[in-house]
Design a protein around this ligand. Structure first.
Ligand code: TNX
Length: 570
């Protein structure tokens, strides 16, 4: 493709047009038979001079969120993606799928064709190679990214590792790579090698689709945000007092009746099984496992409206569209309740390829003591009989241990002897401190939506804690990972979701991914700032947190063949 070189905002004088061969390529290209003409010679000389004067890649190799484990820069090895680049991958279908995802990330902004091919031994050859190699000692999710003068190589033992390498590669390109339409830019990458792997195996976020319902498309967009920052679990809070959001064939009124309400009196909605499977497979393609939550025995008003036989008094309560908690529960003394739980969890388990079933267990204030633990122990066994692993909020802690069970800790005080005791009995933890990781908390008193019961959470508060040591007397080995929950009592649109998610989600993602040795607020703040122009270019809403030094320069280079418009809103 021929383009008129026009310097992008980050390009300094006379960048090489990315579409043209560089001097090295020209030098290797034999001139046509006979003598080269003067124009050809002049052009070659100009190209050589252009290369010598070429500006450095705009990003440092370490400008990545979450922070990579090991970064070895080589400023002599900066590389520019050429228009004719090919993406070559190991022939494994999952690796090829990552190669195609990479091409899809790069094609819109570059306008380059970027064909994908496979090879037994993929080599960059002036383009990008994705190499599956299980001898490279990179672990189940790790990768190595080599940027050198002959192109880019991502090496990993698994397709997930390749996928994470691609997310890193994406962040090292100019922010304009996020443009949905072609722009003129010098697609430079900083030279060197990154070797990277996650600290924790579980890195997640939760979306409450029960208080307000969100369309499948909105959930897919949240999945995209998780994928960017190498999160690998999406917890969906599918049921609550205000609405039941997942179709269950054996109890159809859960959705036809229980799904028609939400906070504030809106129409609610629910996912058909096909909708849910679409979310699951979209997430799986991005190496994200869906964790479905059916909240029991409390938070069940919507189920009781649909099926009063589950209520302790067998009388249907009125639908609930407020934001109080703790008043509803399914009858733990009635066998019909366990039929209900078995049917619902059974159908959800069949739809869910991942290992986890989250059974809630929080704020069941009216089911106390042994009645509560007895209920939880029965439900835990139902989950195990379905071949799944129990996850529940840390209120489950007093119930008997069951092999593999995982407690999600949402406390605000790291002294929690009941949880410590459950850990001693074998429980593992997902850590979601309400006062650090709850994305529904306001950033500041003037944040237009959100809660403040766990305090205000600015970006530093979201970043400055350690999931490995946060709960006293819980060893780091018992911590499976970290999750950032987004409750949606006050959240009604995708823009609201993004405003609360960004920029705090990357902070939590870094706690889950990056080794503690890289933890540094000042460094994080600067790296995070670089994400702002990417979100702006991609049309993603975010909170311009005042403590982050967001770049003020224009963020979108000239759109090709379009009059320059005022698109950059720093
Ligand atoms: C507590 S955290 C809840 C939710 C609310 C949230 C609001 C937890 C397990 N339960 O029911 O939505 O606070 O921040």
């Amino acid at each position: 493709m021929s383009t008129t070189p026009s310097p992008g905002p980050t390009a300094v004088p006379a960048p090489l047009s990315a579409g043209e061969p560089d001097a090295a390529t020209l030098a290797r290209t034999p001139l046509s038979a006979g003598e080269p003409d003067a124009a050809t010679l002049a052009r070659a000389a100009e190209q050589t001079a252009g290369t010598l004067l070429a500006p450095a890649a705009p990003h440092r190799l370490a400008d990545v969120v979450p922070a990579p484990q090991h970064v070895q820069s080589d400023p002599t090895a900066d590389w520019v993606l050429p228009a004719e680049a090919v993406i070559v991958s190991s022939a494994d279908p999952a690796a090829l799928a990552v190669a195609e995802q990479l091409a899809q990330l790069l094609r819109p902004a570059t306008g380059y064709p970027l064909p994908v091919t496979d090879a037994t031994t993929p080599e960059p050859a002036g383009g990008i190679a994705l190499v599956l190699d299980d001898s490279a000692d990179l672990g189940a999710e790790g990768y190595r990214l080599d940027i050198a003068t002959d192109g880019v190589r991502v090496t990993a033992a698994t397709a997930a590792g390749l996928f994470y390498g691609v997310q890193t590669l994406r962040q090292l390109l100019p922010a304009a790579i996020e443009s949905p339409s072609p722009v003129t830019e010098r697609w430079a990458l900083p030279g060197g090698t990154i070797t990277d792997a996650p600290r924790f195996p579980y890195r997640g976020a939760m979306l409450d689709v029960a208080r307000h319902f969100f369309a499948v498309e909105d959930v897919l967009r949240v999945v995209d945000h998780l994928a960017r920052y190498k999160l690998n679990h999406l917890h969906l809070h599918l049921t609550d007092d205000q609405g039941w959001r997942i179709a269950v064939d054996s109890w159809p009124k859960l959705t036809t009746v229980g799904g028609t309400t939400e906070v504030g009196g809106g129409p609610g909605g629910h996912y058909t099984k096909a909708d849910y499977q679409r979310i699951v497979s979209y997430a799986a393609a991005r190496h994200i496992t869906v964790v479905p939550e059916i909240d029991l025995p409390g938070h069940t008003n919507s189920a009781l409206v649909a099926y009063p036989e589950l209520a302790p008094d067998k009388i249907a309560p009125p639908p609930y569209t407020g934001t109080e908690v703790g008043f509803s529960y399914v009858d733990p003394a009635d066998e019909r309740t366990y039929d209900f739980v078995t049917d619902v969890l059974g159908e959800v388990a069949v739809l869910t390829p991942g290992p986890w079933l989250h059974i809630g267990g929080d704020e069941a204030f009216k089911v106390k003591g042994e009645v509560y633990t007895g209920f939880v122990e029965r439900v835990q066994r139902i989950v195990a009989d379905l071949g799944k692993t129990v996850v529940g909020w840390h209120q489950l802690a007093p119930a008997a241990h069951l092999d593999g069970r995982v407690l999600q800790w949402w406390g605000t005080n790291g002294e929690d002897p009941t949880t410590v005791d459950a850990v001693r009995r074998g429980a593992r933890l997902i850590v979601s401190p309400g006062n650090h990781a709850y994305l529904d908390m306001k950033y500041a008193p003037d944040t237009p939506i959100g809660h403040d019961w766990a305090g205000l959470i600015d970006v530093r508060k979201a970043y400055d804690w350690d999931p490995g040591t946060h709960i006293a007397d819980v060893p780091a080995e018992a911590v499976l990972g970290v999750e950032a929950p987004l409750w949606t009592e006050s959240v009604t649109s995708l823009a609201d979701i993004e405003l609360l998610l960004l920029p705090r989600l990357p902070a939590i993602a870094e706690l889950g991914w990056s080794t503690r040795a890289t933890h540094d607020w000042a460094d994080f703040r600067d790296r995070l700032a670089g994400q702002g122009p990417r979100w702006t270019t991609a049309g993603i809403t975010f909170h311009r947190a005042p403590e982050i030094p967001w770049p003020t320069a224009p963020t979108i280079p000239t759109q090709r063949n379009m009059p320059q418009t005022d698109t950059a809103t720093p």
